[in-house]
Design a protein around this ligand. Structure first.
Ligand SMILES: [Zn+2]
Length: 138
């Protein structure tokens, strides 16, 4: 199934630094999160130091990307005209079992409610861009 945002020609961010590393791993088709080797803490967005213990011993760990819908919003007026064909569109926040929350586009196939089972899907838009969106996990 193609993602629900095919054809959207919005400006795309060009991640840098640790954010670029996050998206490079996402481009492999698997969601990765930073995990601290010293205390086991997962974190997102990525940082140079562990947010829990300040260790610099962080590594990227593949995760399943299945969790619960924590929150969502509906956008009716696009800030970027490239998103106009998708209006209205949903943006959601998934809470993963690792205690991490991610913001992503929310597929229209999901009937949003707090706690809905959703999973992170990764859609490669071009050589440099990956879109994260949430699909139903039920
Ligand atoms: Zn730590």
């Amino acid at each position: 199934m193609s993602d629900p945002f095919t054809g959207v020609q919005a400006r795309r961010p060009r991640p840098q630094g640790l954010n670029a590393e996050f998206y490079e791993r996402a481009a492999t088709g698997r969601l990765h999160l930073q995990q601290c080797a010293d205390c086991g803490h997962f974190q997102h967005p990525p940082r140079q130091l562990c947010r829990a213990c300040t260790s610099g011993a962080l590594s990227w760990v593949p995760v399943e990307g299945i969790g619960a819908l924590y929150s969502w919003t509906t956008t009716h007026f696009p800030f970027d005209p490239g998103w106009a064909p998708a209006i209205p569109y949903l943006t959601g926040v998934i809470e993963l079992p690792q205690g991490v929350r991610l913001v992503a586009a929310l597929s229209a196939e999901v009937t949003p409610h707090i706690g809905a089972a959703v999973r992170v899907a990764l859609s490669r838009l071009d050589d440099d861009s990956v879109l994260l969106y949430l699909r139903s996990a039920e």
